[in-house]
Write a protein that binds this ligand. Structure first.
Ligand SMILES: Cc1cc2nc3c(=O)[nH]c(=O)nc-3n(C[C@H](O)[C@H](O)[C@H](O)COP(=O)(O)OP(=O)(O)OC[C@H]3O[C@@H](n4cnc5c(N)ncnc54)[C@H](O)[C@@H]3O)c2cc1C
Length: 455
């Protein structure tokens, strides 16, 4: 049987050509176009798209136009945050490091910067980002808008590294917001793209560092029994529980001074069909057959190790397109919630092979953060290959998240409405008030956001 590494299940690349060739550098001229997100699950036919060349251009545009607008990043959200029949606003040209301070380890960045592009630029000035999500193709503005997070029980979501940000409101007012602004700051760091257009941010980094990544497979119950200790003893620790299996793929990442060393990557099956082939699954196996084959395969997975600069190891490349649902639950009920999801997939014979993802994130004070609060949260993700209808699978699993008090990731699929969200986020109504005061006409709302915020 073929040897598998953890990456064989998971790695894939994100080379989304999201917009074709219609961007006009340096011009905010509105072009008519169509838009699709990374997975293809969200599309729209906006009236036009403004490619913003400067902050002045943006303020002038907002002061001199009317009608709905939606800022877009790199289109890596699965939920309908962007679709509009109004105008899209693209700030790709507002990118890169604008200023840096070697004493505080802070940089001012154009908010259209891609996380992945920042790695080498920060490294060149001796800095590294404190954490990164699973991929690094997102823009800074897009990542903070949805509360994007990485892994690490002591590490907060990316928004918490933002010490100030510049927001251009729907009427063209420019606001520089930091901790001295109190509530506004707590609202603006996870803003769902509903408060205005973020043009630049100041980000807290640390000195550049190297990491050692270890990947192996282990029985899920053995890991869950010690998850808190394992999460506390590694800078990053997470598992990818294999469905129809007693095993998980396990990942730990820690700081190191060891020399850089690369692993040999094998061919990378990463959608359901290629995972099935790797597992040697025949057509229509029973759940018990799947479990037997998956266990046998997982027990053969060899541990791999790699040492590299932080930004090269924290994020991955995802080749196969998928749709995703992710909820956070309080860490103390995380394992129970995960077990119920795995059991449900098995018992209901849901035809999926994508592993789940289970990680801890530190609590924070950003009002709409899925990890808002002073305790760690477990985040649990389920995935479905983009070519398949994700609804039936996600519809079965989503109520399990609700049962454990789950809060949805804003950038991922969920079906919660205004009513439930006000219960789950203690400051949801406060956020709505700030949103209304900054955008009384609701220019920044699309149908999805209007429903969420009762706008
Ligand atoms: C393969 C894959 C892996 C992922 N892994 C993770 C992960 O590990 N952890 C995690 O938490 N999430 C993860 N995500 C989700 C992703 O990080 C978020 O959905 C993120 O918001 C996408 O950023 P983007 O730049 O593509 O923004 P978009 O998806 O384009 O937009 C997201 C939101 O940001 C708003 N926005 C964009 N630009 C601005 C601006 N200038 N001002 C104000 N608002 C703006 C938009 O209006 C929208 O509401 C993953 C997604 C994919 C596809």
């Amino acid at each position: 049987m073929k040897q598998l590494s953890r990456r064989s299940f998971l790695a894939s690349s994100v080379k989304a050509v999201l917009f074709g060739a219609y961007a006009v550098k340096g011009s905010a001229f509105a072009q008519s176009t169509s838009w699709s997100n990374w997975s293809g699950g969200q599309t729209c036919q906006p009236a036009g798209r403004y490619d913003i060349g400067s902050e002045e251009e943006l303020t002038s545009l907002l002061r001199n136009t009317l009608g709905p607008i939606r800022p877009i990043g790199s289109g890596h959200s699965f939920s309908p945050l962007v679709p509009t029949d109004g105008h899209l606003v693209v700030i790709d040209q507002l990118s890169g490091i604008l200023d840096s301070d070697p004493d505080t380890m802070q940089v001012t960045l154009g908010a259209g910067s891609r996380l992945g592009d920042l790695g080498p630029q920060l490294d060149a000035i001796g800095q590294g980002m404190i954490n990164l999500p699973d991929i690094d193709r997102q823009t800074v503005a897009g990542a903070i808008a949805t509360g994007t997070h990485g892994t690490g029980v002591t590490l907060q979501a990316l928004s918490s590294f933002i010490t100030s940000l510049r927001l251009v409101t729907s009427t063209g007012s420019v606001m520089d917001i930091d901790a001295t602004d109190g509530d506004l700051f707590h609202a603006a760091r996870v803003n769902v793209g509903a408060l205005g257009i973020v043009t630049q941010v100041k980000m807290q980094n640390r000195e550049a560092y190297k990491l050692k990544k270890r990947e192996w497979a282990a029985p899920t119950e053995d890991i869950l029994a010690n998850f808190d200790e394992l999460a506390a003893s590694h800078r990053h620790f997470e598992i990818f529980p294999l469905v129809y299996s007693d095993y998980s793929l396990v990942l730990s990442i820690d700081e190191t001074d060891e020399p850089i060393g690369q692993i040999d990557l094998q061919p990378e099956p990463s959608d359901d069909a290629s995972i099935a082939e790797s597992l040697g699954l025949t057509s229509n196996p029973t759940p018990a057959e799947r479990r037997r084959i998956s266990n046998a395969t997982a027990s053969r997975i060899q541990a791999t190790e790699a040492v590299d600069v932080s930004y090269k190891l924290l994020s991955n490349v995802r080749n196969s397109r998928f749709n995703e649902m992710e909820y956070s639950v309080p860490a103390e009920v995380g394992a129970e919630c995960l077990r119920e999801i795995l059991r449900t997939i098995y018992e209901q014979e849901i035809d999926v092979l994508f592993p789940l993802e289970y990680r801890y994130v530190s609590g924070d004070d950003n009002w709409l953060s899925m990890s808002y609060g002073d305790h760690p949260h477990a985040t649990i993700s389920i995935h479905r290959t983009a070519s398949e209808d994700y609804r039936p699978y996600f519809d079965i699993i989503e109520p399990i998240f609700w049962k454990y008090g789950g809060r949805p990731h804003w950038g991922k699929v969920h079906s919660l409405t205004h009513r439930e969200l006000t219960q789950l986020y203690p400051h949801f109504k406060d956020f709505m008030e700030i949103r209304r005061s900054l955008d009384p006409q609701g220019r920044m709302l699309n149908p999805h956001l209007r429903a969420l915020f009762n706008g």
